[in-house]
Design a protein around this ligand. Structure first.
Ligand SMILES: NC(=O)c1ccc[n+]([C@@H]2O[C@H](COP(=O)([O-])OP(=O)(O)OC[C@H]3O[C@@H](n4cnc5c(N)ncnc54)[C@H](OP(=O)(O)O)[C@@H]3O)[C@@H](O)[C@H]2O)c1
Length: 333
């Protein structure tokens, strides 16, 4: 089969398309999947350079978010059958024509839903879901400030916050993204290229601030966001797209009774310091099932920005790193 292979730690653009043997089932809980679509995300550029917290054994095919069709199931797999349309999260191996993976993180995708968009569920949507539902415990009517709101996690968070009855304050850069967010019914859209988001939140909330911040950016955005929180507010750290890992000014936490916590979806799928995929399998699956039900009911609608063939992996990644994408970029395998 064809696969994009990382033979030694190197820049993403230097990966090579190779022909490798098809994988075989390794245990009775495994499934073999024909991969049709694979998500493109910035983290992969770190993985292939050996700069991510987890390092796959060389050589390997990167890619962790996939959708495809079940080719074979192990004897103990009950919830899947040959021919099922599925999406899954992998440790690695997604930029290839086939993969073998344990069935615990493989879920059926109903016929009515576009398979290519389901690559957004296992990481982007589950991160937003876990941050808002499990960590922030948002309630209907709460004001939620979402940074990078046209990005993979941010757009998922906008949709989930709206599905939960929250009032969304979506921060994006540029009118193209702002117009899209307004179309998606975000109540307040802030164009960070036109106005500092802190000023916008101040005037939109008449100085009251927001209850929850979902922060995918870090750096100065983290510091300014703490000033946007109302008393008893919650700030959830998701990532550092800006590149700077901020320090917490603890005096502000004390003065405003606010809390700062982090959410890492990797903990739920075996990517934590300790591999706890078995412990969290049920929790993770219930989250995924909730998302698929919301999607089937039209309450969320994962968006694919662009689809490119596997051979155009460099162009696909450039759309992500260049901040062009609204939603997810997908490789068709
Ligand atoms: N904690 C977790 O479990 C988890 C899971 C998935 C991802 N993450 C992390 O969360 C962050 C966002 O992930 P994502 O998949 O949503 O990424 P993405 O699709 O690339 O979106 C990131 C957004 O951040 C904004 N941004 C602001 N400053 C930026 C900068 N200097 N460089 C690039 N983008 C910048 C961009 O929006 P504008 O152009 O509109 O400003 C962009 O749309 C990443 O750091 C990722 O590693 C964490």
């Amino acid at each position: 089969m064809k696969a994009l292979i990382c033979e030694s730690w190197r820049p993403f653009d230097e990966l090579e398309l190779k022909t490798v043997p098809e994988p075989a089932l390794d245990g009775p809980g495994d499934v073999r999947i024909r991969i049709l679509h694979s998500g493109v995300s910035f983290a992969t550029t770190l993985v292939v350079q050996g700069k991510y917290q987890r390092k796959p054994p060389l050589p390997f095919a990167p890619g962790t978010e996939i959708a495809g069709e079940v080719l074979e199931v192990g004897a103990e797999v009950r919830h899947l059958a040959v021919g099922d349309r599925v999406c899954a999260v992998l440790d690695w191996g997604g930029y290839a024509e086939q993969v073998v993976v344990h069935a615990r993180h493989v879920l059926p995708v109903p016929e009515s839903l576009p398979l290519e968009a389901s690559v957004a569920l296992p990481i982007s949507y589950m991160t937003a879901y876990g941050a808002l539902v499990w960590r922030a415990k948002v309630r209907p009517g709460e004001r939620v400030l979402i940074h990078g709101a046209a990005g993979g996690v941010g757009l998922a968070a906008v949709e989930i916050a709206l599905a939960l009855g929250c009032e969304v304050y979506a921060v994006v850069r540029g009118e193209r993204k702002a117009a899209f967010l307004r179309e998606r019914s975000a109540q307040h859209v802030i164009d960070s290229s036109a106005q500092p988001f802190r000023d916008a939140v101040e005037s939109l909330t008449r100085g009251e601030g927001v209850h929850v911040v979902l922060d995918t950016i870090g750096g100065s955005v983290f510091r300014e966001s703490l000033r946007c929180l109302q008393l008893d507010g919650r700030h959830i750290v998701i990532g550092f797209a800006q590149g700077e890992i901020p320090q917490v000014p603890a005096n502000i936490l004390l003065l405003k009774n606010i809390s700062v916590s982090g959410f890492n979806v990797g903990q739920y799928i075996g990517w934590g310091v300790v591999d706890e995929r078995e412990r969290y399998a049920g929790t993770y699956r219930r989250g995924m099932e909730q998302l698929i039900n919301w999607w089937a009911d039209g309450r969320i609608a994962p968006k694919v920005h662009a689809r490119l063939p596997l051979g155009q992996f460099r162009e696909a990644m450039a759309k992500v790193t260049g901040r062009e994408a609204i939603g997810r970029v997908v490789l068709d395998i």
